[in-house]
Ligand binder design. Structure first.
Ligand code: PLP
Length: 380
């Protein structure tokens, strides 16, 4: 079995598994004041410090959530509510649904920021929109821009967006779920106000994530109750998940150089495919995540590819796999102006911490053989 679907979920790192197993032993509520409770609290605060260190933040500015989706929802709805709805959200066209849907739900006014054909957000459009900003009608500008796209891996000019938006007293939310562990993520360098993260994309467990919030940025909690997480996210903390997340952060930060090796392997992989077939690689000329490759061979549909490769023991997704397990058309490729016929043939390969040179080479062999069979079938 060769796993090439890290952008969906990275396999659990052994360090994370070990941390989860030892957290099982604690079995107490982190809010309890007895010894076991204090032990549980210690695990949570250790994990908070580990995550904070990884993103250049202060531990107290991190709110643990149930995942990347909740972190995005908290940032967007929490800002809109705190600003009493007096916002217009400008959302990049390539955001994950966790951002697009939550922005639409959170704000009465949302507008879409175009991306160019290379998948990079159109800064000119943002500039032109902000120049005519009318505070009376538009309220406060809140921009949602991801650090790296989950389908193509293309990295977005987040700092440039922040520099523009700050001139208009706006706020910037950044979904860094896919960037963490793959490229350096530093909240100070980015300059954003909110940053969403998720454990299972870096080799931690599913069902746990975090929102980093700049001190003083507006935010109202979505969940109220026991007042955990500085009252920004009530509910007994996911002790096992948070402990696993912290350990995954440490492991990912210690092995981030491996991403450079993966980027060489990824490029070689694309070179081999391009030598064999006339494939289109999305964003190849752009700054991309080092381990993501999104490509299409027209006529070899995503659905057929995913099934054919599964039969050969390769776990891979089309970039646009949705929760129902069906392959739907990618709004990301659509926003880049990719032809429908080509977009319907896109495959997202995403490698990660346990990928080997052998995995990458074997995947290339299997894909090329499958594509040859598909082309032959078409000719018959
Ligand atoms: N944001 C991006 C860019 C993602 O790729 C994902 C997961 O696919 C999410 C948010 C949602 O994260 P989670 O699965 O932890 O809710």
């Amino acid at each position: 079995m060769i796993y090439v679907d890290y952008n969906a979920t990275a396999p659990l790192r052994p360090e994370s598994r070990a941390a989860i197993v030892s957290a099982f032993e604690v079995g107490a509520n982190p809010s309890s004041i007895h010894q076991q409770g204090r032990q549980a609290r210690h695990l949570i605060e250790t994990a908070r410090a580990e995550l904070a260190h990884f993103i250049g933040a202060r531990a107290r500015d991190i709110v643990f959530t149930s995942g990347g989706t909740e972190a995005n929802a908290l940032a967007l709805a929490g800002t809109a509510q705190q600003l009493q709805g007096n916002v217009t959200m400008l959302v990049s066209a390539i955001e994950h649904d966790a951002v697009r849907s939550n922005a639409t739900q959170a704000a009465l006014r949302t507008e879409t920021l175009r991306v160019d054909s290379n998948g990079v957000v159109d800064l000119e459009m943002l500039k032109n929109r902000l120049v005519i900003w009318d505070v009376q009608n538009d309220g406060v500008p809140v921009v949602a821009i991801m650090l790296a796209n989950n389908e193509t891996g293309i990295i977005q000019p987040v700092r440039a967006v922040v520099d523009l938006v700050k001139r208009y007293d706006g706020f910037v939310h950044c979904d860094a779920v896919q960037a963490l562990g793959k490229i350096p993520v530093d909240v100070t360098a980015l300059g954003v106000d909110y940053l969403a993260l998720s454990a299972h994309k870096i080799g931690g467990p599913q069902g746990v994530g975090a929102l980093w919030v700049r001190s003083g940025a507006p935010l109202r909690p979505l969940l109220v109750g026991g007042g955990q997480e500085r009252s920004l996210r009530s509910g007994t903390e996911n002790l096992l998940g948070i402990a696993g997340f912290g350990a995954a952060c440490v492991a990912a930060s210690q092995t981030i150089e491996f991403m450079d090796e993966l980027s060489v392997l990824r490029d070689q992989f694309e070179d081999r495919l391009m030598a064999a077939f006339d494939i289109k690689v999305f964003g190849r000329a752009e700054a991309r995540l080092p381990q993501t490759s999104n490509f299409a061979l027209e006529g070899f549909s995503s659905e057929i590819q995913v099934m054919a490769l599964d039969l050969e023991g390769i776990a891979v997704s089309s970039g646009a796999a949705c929760s129902s397990g069906k392959v739907s058309r990618s709004h990301v490729l659509q926003a880049m102006g990719v032809d429908r016929g080509v977009a319907d043939c896109a495959l997202r390969a995403s490698f990660g911490w346990a990928s080997t040179a052998d995995d990458v080479a074997q995947f290339a062999d299997v894909w090329i053989a499958a594509a040859r069979r598909a082309v032959l079938r078409e000719k018959v």
